[in-house]
Design a protein around this ligand. Structure first.
Ligand SMILES: Cc1ncc(COP(=O)(O)O)c(C=O)c1O
Length: 360
């Protein structure tokens, strides 16, 4: 007789990320625009902090993340007691699912929503329910509300969403929360918040302040350029934070991530520069693709969802063949699209040059 894993795990298809072995060592020839990483690296202050770190790796890291939560709180004007840190925001998504789901509980997310939501849901015995979006790739709040059943427990919404790049205004999110049953947890995943320029956007702080059934989650993997360190944080009402603290592994953040995260969050000049560069290059690249007859979905994030058509796989192969790596989004039910992370202007120019080599 074999040992059976829980049924949710048996049914899971594991998340497949961009290939990390396509490292930047080959930077001259290789264009890495597939994982929504920061093409400008990270803050110089973080690099210094890393070099200056004592090498006492025999000592356990802080399990309370006190100085890091303090720094995040100071920079964002939030109480550190309402902050919980994760080994990447993926870790927080799993912690939320583990803490709140019982077998059979339903979890709503948008059809083209981030793939870790259904994975974390199933791993905790929940039932993921993808909900259709509007034709322009926004959450369809009417459809989401119609999909609510007595078993609904969590709604995951990425804002902006990956891989569409679309965002929801604070007013629309507020209206949705008000109509949603109060025993349903709304998770606002703002992994790309630092890139957003739209004036009517709120990353989730206002909503988490106004409701005790909202969690905002954030990451250092994108605008901070620290994907390799694995660091995310959440902000919610004290009850939720205390619940998540119960499921959190005590040493889920290593020493390097904690020290570097603290320095990174205090260097908002780096984040501003990343946002400005991203907006400039994204606007230019979208224009260049449109000049070539393609459409892209308007994006507030550090990537563009590019409509290629039935030849998307062939286009992807052509780009890979020339060492330009972007992302297929077939797993997101978007077989005719490709997702392009906004690289530096030079990387995006290389992408366009390779694109023009493609025979129609
Ligand atoms: C919407 C969204 N949420 C969360 C994550 C996870 O980020 P991390 O675990 O690196 O913090 C990603 C990563 O791509 C994402 O796109």
């Amino acid at each position: 007789m074999s040992v059976e894993p829980n049924p949710g795990i048996v049914a899971l298809s594991p998340y497949v990320g961009g290939d990390a072995t396509l490292a930047a060592d080959d930077a001259l020839t290789l264009v890495r625009m597939m994982s929504n990483e920061n093409p400008y690296g990270c803050s110089e202050a973080v690099k210094h902090a890393f070099r200056d770190m004592s090498s006492h790796f025999e000592v356990y890291p802080s399990s309370s993340h006190g100085p890091l939560r303090q720094a995040i709180g100071e920079v964002h004007g939030l109480s550190p007691d309402r902050i919980v840190c994760g080994n990447g925001s993926d870790n927080l998504i799993h912690m939320i699912a583990q803490a709140y789901l019982q077998p059979g509980d339903e979890v709503l997310y948008t059809k083209h929503g981030f793939l870790v939501y259904p994975i974390a849901t199933q791993a905790s015995g929940g039932v993921p329910i993808p909900v259709e979006e509007t034709a322009d790739f926004h959450p369809d709040f009417h459809a989401l509300l119609k999909s609510v059943t007595p078993k609904t427990k969590i709604v995951f919404l990425a804002n902006p969403n990956n891989p569409t790049g679309t965002y929801t205004s604070y007013a629309d999110l507020l209206a949705f929360r008000e109509k949603l049953r109060s025993d349903i947890l709304l998770v606002v995943d703002s992994a790309y918040a630092e890139y957003v320029e739209a004036a009517d956007y709120d990353a989730g702080v206002r909503l988490a302040d106004a409701f005790d059934n909202v969690v905002m989650i954030r990451t250092f993997s994108k605008a901070y350029g620290l994907a390799g360190l694995r660091l995310g944080w959440g902000y919610a009402a004290p009850d939720i934070v205390q619940t998540l603290e119960k499921t959190r592994e005590p040493f889920n953040l290593n020493i390097v991530a904690q020290v570097c995260g603290e320095v990174a969050v205090r260097d908002q000049a780096f984040v501003t520069l990343s946002r400005q560069n991203n907006t400039r290059v994204r606007t230019w690249l979208a224009g260049e693709l449109e000049k070539r007859g393609y459409s892209v979905v308007p994006s507030e994030a550090n990537f563009l969802l590019w409509h290629v058509g039935p030849g998307a796989k062939e286009m992807y192969d052509h780009l890979c063949h020339h060492s330009v790596y972007i992302r297929r989004v077939k797993a997101y039910h978007l077989p005719d699209h490709l997702r392009i992370t906004i690289g530096t202007q030079a990387q995006c120019q290389r992408f366009l040059d390779v694109l023009s080599l493609k025979k129609q």
